[in-house]
Design a protein around this ligand. Structure first.
Ligand code: PLP
Length: 427
């Protein structure tokens, strides 16, 4: 029996996250990761652009991060009893780096961070409603488990991503179109006094990449301030990946709360929630704080050491310069390739993130625009990329990532393999 078959006997579906269930790749069992590569248990080597949905901005198993984690293991051990020096230093650095963060707390995942953000917003405002946007993903909890990648007929109405969610919980989330200023103004006109929070990925990368307009981000800030609602930027993907200060530091719009995760610890299990001190002080980590906040592994020494090493490297080495340059090369190379092949495509992304949508027309601005994407070609060419040892996730609308460990030679190979993959898919 293969390892994958053994896995399926004892693990539902054979994987530990629904997001790892990939049609056509159910026999993939990972043996090792390093830099821009991973290897499976049969010895196949892949150049990795999936990056496990985004954490390893420095590359897999970065030696500096690994050394920091080993050192923390040797000195502190495995569990925190009270606060450690590393937690203090990391919090100080996040507060210094991320414009919205006056205070910050660590969690073990991004989902926990967004969960706490919404509960905090409801507690602080005494209101019910949360506003989210079609195409944004904020984790697995009930208030936001709807309208991510929806079938065309489900857009514009509640589209839960899970069974088992109370209808009244779904009804307390309003779903709007991303970049739609008029829809935001209307929602506040209709429900303003009942809106506790607006949560968004400032760049919705869970459907590839939708770039926000300035007017949209500013309208959100304006309406939330006017109505006393809490604006939450979910920067679990964009935090550190696009800038040490998150996308907010590039956009010049400051939310009330920010959630981080993924790249801030380069692969160690992390989340963070930070923001206005008057809000953050409502958490029960402060004695008497009415909003319960706990987690056995919050601020785990491994994770804190990994995050500190990641910050250090991002500050001291030209990581962003490197991944932004490679990102520009990939996007320009792919656009040129599709032109040559006469395949209608929009190549987009930001910095280290890239995606090719197979459709014509301008830069997509909302999920509706992506309904024109040719799903068969999108998934089909990626399957053929995987066959060539180039791993872009063969699922519709998924983004791809570059890391500090990727090289120009990797990009050459990616472009070459993409040409072969697209040609074969179209043949
Ligand atoms: N928010 C965003 C924007 C994400 O992309 C994700 C995960 O992909 C989450 C939150 C949830 O993070 P986690 O998977 O660590 O719970």
């Amino acid at each position: 029996m293969t390892l994958a078959e053994r896995a399926r006997r004892v693990i539902p579906g054979g994987v530990n996250s629904g997001q790892r269930s990939i049609p056509g790749l159910t026999d993939l069992v990972i043996a090792r990761t390093e830099g821009s590569r991973f290897w499976d248990t049969t010895g196949r080597e892949f150049t990795d652009y999936h990056a496990a949905f985004g954490p390893p901005l420095l590359g897999h198993n970065d030696p500096d991060v690994a050394a920091a984690v080993s050192a923390a293991r040797a000195s502190i051990g495995l569990t925190g009893v009270a606060v450690t020096e590393g937690e203090v230093t990391l919090a100080e650095q996040l507060v210094e780096l991320v414009p919205s963060m006056e205070k910050v707390l660590l969690t073990s995942t991004g989902s926990e961070a967004t969960f706490h953000a919404l509960r905090l917003a409801r507690a602080a405002t005494g209101r019910r409603l949360v506003v989210k946007f079609q195409g944004c993903y904020h984790g697995w909890h009930d208030s936001v488990s709807l309208n991510v990648i929806s079938a065309p007929e489900r857009v514009g109405r509640p589209d839960p991503t899970s069974a088992g969610i109370l209808p009244e919980v779904l009804a307390a989330t309003l779903v709007l179109r991303f970049n739609d200023v008029a829809a935001v103004r209307q929602a506040f006109a209709d429900h303003g006094p009942d809106i506790a929070a607006v949560i968004l990925e400032p760049v919705p990368h869970n459907v590839g990449a939708l770039l926000p307009t300035d007017a949209f981000l500013r309208a959100l800030r304006e309406e939330c301030t006017k109505a006393g609602s809490v604006l939450v930027f979910d920067e679990v993907i964009t935090g550190f990946r696009h800038a040490l200060g998150g996308y907010q530091s590039l956009a010049g719009v400051t939310p009330d709360l920010t959630t981080l995760g993924k790249a801030i610890a380069n692969g160690a299990p992390v989340g963070a929630i930070g923001g206005r001190a008057d809000l953050m002080d409502l958490f029960s980590s402060r004695p008497g704080g009415p909003v319960f906040f706990a987690g056995t592994y919050n601020g785990h020494p491994d994770v804190v050491a990994a995050a500190l090493a990641t910050v250090r490297k991002l500050r001291e080495e030209p990581v962003h310069e490197h991944v932004f340059r490679l990102g520009d090369r990939v996007r320009a190379g792919l656009a040129e390739l599709y032109r040559t092949l006469d395949v209608p495509a929009v190549v987009t992304g930001y910095g280290s993130v890239f995606v090719s949508y197979f459709m014509s027309g301008p830069q997509p601005r909302s999920y509706d625009d992506l309904l024109a994407n040719d799903t068969a070609l999108f998934v089909g060419y990626r399957r053929r990329l995987v066959d060539q040892g180039v791993f872009e996730l063969p699922l519709n609308l998924k983004r791809s990532h570059l890391s500090y460990a990727h090289t120009d030679a990797d990009v050459d190979r990616l472009l070459e393999a993409t040409e072969t993959a697209v040609r074969h898919t179209l043949a």
